[in-house]
Design a protein around this ligand. Structure first.
Ligand code: C2E
Ligand code: CA
Ligand code: CA
Length: 743
């Protein structure tokens, strides 16, 4: 109803009533125009009146355009229009306002949401029209729909999120997702309204977290950190925590926290760390073990190398003097000779031997002897050049190998050697004179290999010794012949025993007192099938140097003993059997045993066996010589000193060795009738022997004059061609059986 219609309907009203109505109508219009909602009065589903807001909502442009329009056009379609009518009128007719939210259509065709409230003007009369209040809630509706979508999405996220999310206000849970509850072991909904203290281990942690987290939150920053929290049952739980204030300007709006259980990761990390540490420890251990093993191996290798080189050294060097030994010498010699051959040069090989070393060693002991050798070696080395080799063969034997050295050079070196060894050797408290004898052989003249040269140098050295010692000799053709013969005899001698080429001759010994044959000396004879008869003076040294003297000597003692037993058995008056002993035999500790066995074998009275020994032989090793002498003496065997007067002798020696008889050397006997000196010497020997209670026998007596002199001097026995040459066994038997011719 328009105001015009109202004015016509109020015709006939009083002025006052009219005025009041008019005012009311104006007031109503103001209200309508200023109402926030659209208001329309409808009748028969047509717009009768409406306010400005209504016009705006539907887009009519003006109220005039709206009035009279069918309300159907306000609906999206005809069906909606009918549906609303069917729904609304029954409610309105019951006197209640009809309220609904429904979509309607604007003039431009756009649909929009409205909130409708419809009321019948007179509930009993639907034709009387209705009043509708329309709220345009399209925006609100959209916003709400959007909000709902957001919330739905949020809930979806919260519900399905794997991480725990909690909303806190004033550190109290307003909301949280299931994941958060599950993470911390709570039932659904259990945490709501609870303080966040619930998942801290203690108050201190909780307060500390409050300080640490809220400070960045209040500044609008995100807190990110790892925290050790705890579950409802107290189990510790490592969480990765992120938090942000919902609105930093309004702390009261709260904050959102995202917590992710990283315990497993932490444990894995810790396990990894410990595994890594373990691994590192293992590696370190292994490394150490390896290092130790390597060290041990290296040490082993070094030891091995050391012992190897020690073995090498031992194999090539003399232990005492550290000089090259025979093996190394052979090596160097081969090399030197090859070079000399190629370059047509000379090589000199020298043999050196200490003249009195045995005496030093025996009388002062091995320690002194060793020191002497060391010092001697040092002096040799000091004289020669670098390319020369000084080798020690053992004992007191040294060899010098001098490459590129001819006879003149060798002589020069030999002189130097003699000069170098001339000064006294001071060892411990002893001042010792040590002189060498030197033999020189030259390549290529004397030989083409070490063996040949050695033999030559050895022969030359032997010669030097014979020539008075402390000097040197070159090998000569004459020496060559001698050494050749030595070699020849050595080889032949080997077969002599088994071939029965050896024989004993017996030289009678006469008592100068009774003129009777009182003894006999067994003298060895060798008749070689082609070489003929060879003197013992020549072959005995060969036998000694080859060691053959031991079996030969044993054969001599046994044969002589057998012969004596035979003679005795044949009725020969008891006589002594004198057997010559070489130094080599005397050094053999088995000698007394051997002699005893032999005299036992032939049942001989021991005093009939006399062993002849030169002073030199006894002196090579006086200590053991005394022991052997004592043993022999104990057996009742007699010992005489052969060639007495030619060597060094002392009274104490004669006493210590319990000597029975002295054999005056034939060199003295020979000249006693013509040489006053020899006469005097022989006289002195005899009287000295007498004073010591020793027997004397003169050797080499060839003339009656000699015999007479000896008898005058009181010599007890004699032996020599004058009385008898050495005889064969049978001849001797005949000799002793005849009446004594010499008186
Ligand atoms: P020897 O022990 O001094 O022996 C004495 C040597 O003088 C013997 O020479 C003998 O034949 C010789 N002879 C004896 N009377 C006279 C004489 O009136 N005038 C001259 N000029 N000479 C006389 P033989 O038999 O040639 O022996 C030489 C050396 O050989 C011996 O010297 C001895 O040292 C050694 N010899 C001999 N037989 C043996 C033996 O069985 N064993 C050992 N180890 N050496 C022996
Ligand atoms: Ca003799
Ligand atoms: Ca003699």
């Amino acid at each position: 109803m328009s105001l015009l219609e109202m004015s016509s309907a109020t015709d006939g009203m009083s002025q006052d009533a009219w005025g009041r109505l008019n005012l009311a109508c104006r007031e109503q219009q103001v209200i309508l125009d200023n109402a926030g909602a659209g208001i329309a009065f409808m009748r028969s589903r047509c717009i009768v009146r409406c306010n400005q807001r209504f016009v705006e909502i539907y887009g009519f442009g003006s109220t005039l355009k709206a009035v009279g329009c069918s309300t159907e056009s306000l609906y999206p379609d005809h069906a909606a229009f009918l549906a609303l009518g069917e729904e609304a009128y029954p409610v309105m007719q019951s006197g209640k306002p009809f309220k609904t939210e429904v979509q309607m259509r604007r003039k431009d065709g756009r649909l929009f949401w409205t909130h409708l409230t419809g009321t019948l003007v007179s509930p009993g009369d639907p034709e009387g029209g209705s009043i509708w209040i329309i709220d345009d809630i399209d925006e609100q509706k959209h916003a709400r729909a959007q909000l709902e979508t957001v919330l739905a999405e949020q809930n979806l996220v919260l519900a399905n999120c794997m991480v725990g999310i909690v909303y806190l206000q004033d550190r109290t849970v307003t909301r949280c997702n299931e994941s958060f509850e599950q993470t911390f072991g709570y039932a659904t909904g259990e945490l709501k309204g609870k303080s966040s203290r619930a998942w801290y281990q203690n108050d201190t942690d909780w307060l500390a977290a409050g300080h640490a987290c809220y400070e960045p939150l209040n500044r609008g920053l995100t807190f990110v950190g790892e925290m050790l929290l705890c579950k409802k049952d107290g189990t510790p739980i490592h969480c990765d925590v992120r938090a942000k204030a919902i609105d930093p300007l309004q702390p009261a709006a709260g904050s959102i926290w995202i917590a992710m259980d990283i315990t497993a990761r932490k444990q894995a990390e810790a396990a990894l760390l410990s595994a890594q540490a373990d691994l590192e420890k293992q590696v370190e251990l292994r490394t150490r073990e390896l290092a130790e093993t390597v060290y041990a191996l290296e040490r082993k290798a070094a030891e091995h190398e050391k012992s190897e080189s020690r073995i090498q050294h031992m194999a090539h060097f003399d232990a005492l003097t550290s000089l090259p030994n025979r093996v190394l010498l052979a090596d160097r010699c081969t090399h030197a000779l090859r070079v000399a051959q190629r370059n047509q040069q000379h090589v000199a090989l020298m043999f050196l031997d200490l003249d009195n070393f045995k005496t030093i060693n025996d009388s002062l002991g091995h320690k002194v002897g060793d020191e002497v050798l060391v010092e001697f070696a040092a002096r040799l080395k000091s004289v020669v050049r670098d390319q020369d080799t000084v080798a020690r063969l053992g004992g007191d034997e040294f060899i010098l190998l001098l490459p590129e050295t001819d006879a003149a050079g060798a002589a020069m070196v030999a002189d130097k050697l003699l000069r170098a060894t001339a000064p006294f050797f001071t060892v411990l408290t002893h001042e010792l004179a040590v002189t060498p004898s030197i033999g020189v052989a030259l390549f290529p003249e004397d030989g083409s290999d070490l063996d040949a040269l050695s033999r030559c140098a050895d022969a030359a050295m032997y010669q030097a010794k014979e020539g008075g010692r402390n000097g040197y000799r070159f090998f000569t053709p004459e020496l060559q012949a001698r050494s050749d013969r030595k070699l020849l005899l050595g080889n032949a001698l080997r077969r002599a025993l088994e071939q029965g080429e050896l024989e004993l001759h017996y030289q009678p010994q006469m008592s100068l007192i009774t003129g009777a044959t009182v003894g006999v000396e067994a003298l060895l004879r060798w008749t070689h099938p082609t070489l003929g008869s060879i003197s013992p003076a020549e072959f005995i040294p060969v036998a000694e140097s080859t060691g053959l003297i031991l079996p030969i000597g044993e054969w001599v003692i046994r044969t002589a003993a057998a012969q004596l037993a035979d003679w005795l058995a044949h009725g020969v008056e008891p006589i002594t059997m004198a057997v010559n002993l070489s130094a080599v035999q005397f050094r053999n500790p088995d000698l007394p045993k051997l002699v005893r066995r032999i005299i036992e074998d032939y049942r001989l009275p021991p005093h009939l066996i006399e062993l002849e020994l030169t002073e030199g032989a006894a002196m090579t090793d006086p200590a053991s010589a005394v022991a052997v002498m004592n043993e022999l003496h104990g057996l009742g065997i007699r010992v005489s000193i052969d060639d007495f007067g030619t060597d060094y002798s002392s009274l104490s020696f004669l006493r210590r060795f319990q000597v029975y008889k002295l054999k005056i050397d034939q060199s003295f006997t020979r000249d006693i009738t013509i040489d006053a000196d020899d006469k005097a010497i022989v006289g002195a020997i005899i009287s000295m022997a007498k004073s010591l209670g020793l027997q004397t026998i003169a050797e080499g007596v060839e003339t009656p004059g000699q015999m007479e002199y000896l008898r005058e001097q009181g010599c007890t026995e004699m032996q020599g061609y004058y009385y008898s040459h050495p005889l064969g066994a049978d001849q001797f038997e005949a000799f002793v059986s005849r009446p004594a011719p010499l008186q």
